[in-house]
Ligand binder design. Sequence first.
Ligand code: SP5
Ligand code: ZN
Length: 344
Amino acid sequence: MKVVHSPLHARHDGGVELYRGQLVPLFEKPERAAMILAALEAAGHEVTPPRDFPESRLHRVHDAEFVAFLRGAYARWIAEDRQGHLLPSGFPARGMRRDHRPSGISGMLGYYAFDASTPIVAGTWDAALAAARAAMTAAALVVEGEAAAYALCRPPGHHAGRSTYGGYCYLNNAALAAQYLLDEGCRRVSVIDIDYHHGNGTQEIFWERDDVQFVSLHGTPDTEYPWFLGYADERGEGRGEGHTFNLPLPAGSGWDTYEGALGTALDAIRRYAPDALVVSLGVDTFAADPISAFRLDVPHYPLIGRLLAGLGLPTVLVQEGGYAVAEIGINVAGVIGAFATRAA
Ligand code: SP5
Ligand code: ZN
């Protein structure tokens, strides 16, 4: 399978996150992409760089002022005489104003961010843009006739909303891929999100849409990040009603529970009958993941790949989470390998 990847991801490095009351080095680190790349190259997949796209492609999914903020945030921070990385330290909660965007950088951070685990460093924008381009390039390859393509995105994207960032995500790579498929002729696209964490950003972006189905399998937000979205009663609104489908599972779930839920998700996709599939591929469902609590093991990833490939749809796979760095490569390669060998 063609693997789209840019070395620019490595510019997003050196940030810290607020984790259990401490600032710790970001779990979402450059070694993740290096390990995935090594495993995919070893398995014989062809690696290709992202193409360039007009900025208007980003605005199909994201608010233009939000995009401009992300691009300029670091320079603004330095101009206001601060140092290091940017993390927000206050958010507009219930009872406060959300209609006014403060003009100072600290207020702006709280306005756009929804957590304190998603730092902006000097190279964050370059990396986020390269990841978005990788996702759209993988979508373009599928439009051009590839049965499937994989975007090795870093930073990930599924937590980023139309004008919000968080959960290590800045631009929503999977949403950009889905929108690209629609803009190039698909009538309906399903997004299946199998990252451990609910893809709140993708859900929000397509919430009122009937041309994108969003289906997600994740640790229940009642105890797991991102806590405030991803419950089973969220089903979309307006034209989108019934096109969001959440399958939250208890922390500690293993393959038996997971396989049943995945089957239910795939049935929903078959009923929607999309022209193409986008997979938000997180492998933080792995038992040894340091921040997640499912109990999947290495042999389960090829099984997941086979089940996804069995839909028989043109498929864009987009990398999301996965923080057990030692096994991240073999687990991603397990899913991708099952696709690469599917019958034509
Ligand atoms: C793309 C992606 O996977 N983003 C995940 C961001 C999660 N960041 C906050 C993690 C908080 C985890 N809580 C600790 C639970 C330990 N079992
Ligand atoms: Zn995740």
